[in-house]
Design a protein around this ligand. Structure first.
Ligand SMILES: [Mn+2]
Length: 356
């Protein structure tokens, strides 16, 4: 197992030198945020980023994410050219030593929270989701609440370049069935997986976050059955899952440890986002500190399931709370994620030493 921390090259409040000092962290999960979806990531930019990270004593083996252009998701004729660009980016990344890519296939909207800084009892702040509140939002309200909530920080997946066409895209998908959507996913996977094989590059699709439908958009990966369906679209072992415990755990019907065990034992989990959440109703939750007792997920069971299934990929602590008055991008400050990393390291060691 290798531990990484997500790092934003466009003015992160957290420095590579700080990340380097978190025990057991070997690298970062990062990306080139200014390159629009569908364009090739130039080799020199990829190498410059890799060299900056290496100079700080860290590795760039995980990319999160290469965004998939909406035309690919829609299955438009332009997808072939866009997929060719995607494959060029894969080649440039592989050459620079990248081994794992986290991406998602969610239509139009990436992750969403109704509150980016909900005050908790202990004085910390966490991201929260209310399904009733979310269902009442118009698209404009939603964009406004995410942009206002994040202050001056850019949010991954909420790049302003996407906003202009969102309303039109939502309309488009009203006539796209779940089956049609999955055939568009298959087209993409069948095109890129031969290259993933050749380049020794694992792909982990990120689950829908939250796992509930909004604006009647197709859902992709939100439970064991849909994970199975997604992985069965292309049987390459490189076609895997990013096990995001918070995203899957937001649906109370999901047994995250069982999902971890089943898919890790098949070698289909290259990357894990470990985070805990506390439900306030069947659909509503706020994110919590990483330890099991702080939320509803049994992190010990999940780590044990991964280990016993032979998991040997990358793990990162996921979103942290805002603590100790830190100013940062929501979910991505230093302090609570460093606490999460230390906790995961402890759990990992304890689980591995208790095994007979
Ligand atoms: Mn995640």
């Amino acid at each position: 197992m290798k531990m990484v921390i997500r790092w934003f090259p466009d003015g992160d409040t957290v420095t590579l030198d700080q990340i380097r000092q978190i025990p057991k962290v070997s690298g970062v999960a990062t990306f080139l945020p200014d390159i629009p979806a569908g364009e090739v990531w130039p080799k020199e930019r990829v190498y410059a980023l890799r060299n900056e990270i290496r100079a700080a004593g860290l590795e760039m083996e995980v990319i999160e994410s290469i965004n998939v252009h909406e035309d690919i998701k829609k299955g438009l004729p332009s997808r072939d050219m866009l997929i060719a660009n995607y494959i060029e980016t894969m080649k440039n990344l592989a050459e620079a030593g990248v081994k794992c890519v986290c991406y998602n296939f969610m239509p139009v909207l990436d992750w969403f929270r109704s509150d980016l800084f909900l005050p908790l009892e202990d004085g910390s702040f966490a991201m929260a989701y209310s399904h009733d509140a979310a269902k009442k939002l118009t698209l404009d309200n939603m964009l406004d609440s995410m942009m206002r909530g994040s202050g001056d920080f850019s949010l991954p997946g909420w790049e302003p370049e996407r906003f202009g066409k969102m309303a039109e895209d939502i309309e488009f998908y009203q006539n796209v069935s779940q089956d049609e959507y999955f055939s568009n996913i298959k087209y993409f996977l069948d095109a890129i997986m031969p290259y993933a094989e050749e380049l020794d590059m694992d792909f982990g699709v990120h689950p829908d976050d939250p796992p509930f439908p909004l604006f009647n958009l197709p859902k992709v990966v939100n439970c064991k059955d849909s994970i199975r369906r997604y992985l069965d679209l292309n049987n390459s072992k490189r076609n895997g899952l990013t096990l995001c415990t918070g995203s899957l755990g937001a649906n109370r019907g999901n047994d995250v440890a069982a999902i971890a065990k089943e898919f890790a034992s098949e070698g289909r989990i290259p990357f894990v986002h470990l985070r805990n959440i506390k439900h306030t109703s069947d659909t509503d939750f706020h994110e919590s500190a990483h330890p099991s007792d702080c939320g509803d997920l049994d992190m010990y069971e999940i780590v044990l399931a991964l280990q016993s299934a032979g998991f040997d990929g990358y793990i990162r602590p996921d979103h942290g709370r805002k603590i100790w008055d830190e100013e940062s991008r929501p979910g991505y400050g230093l302090y609570d994620r460093a606490l999460g990393a230390a906790y995961i390291t402890g759990l990992w060691e304890a689980c591995s030493k208790q095994k007979v």
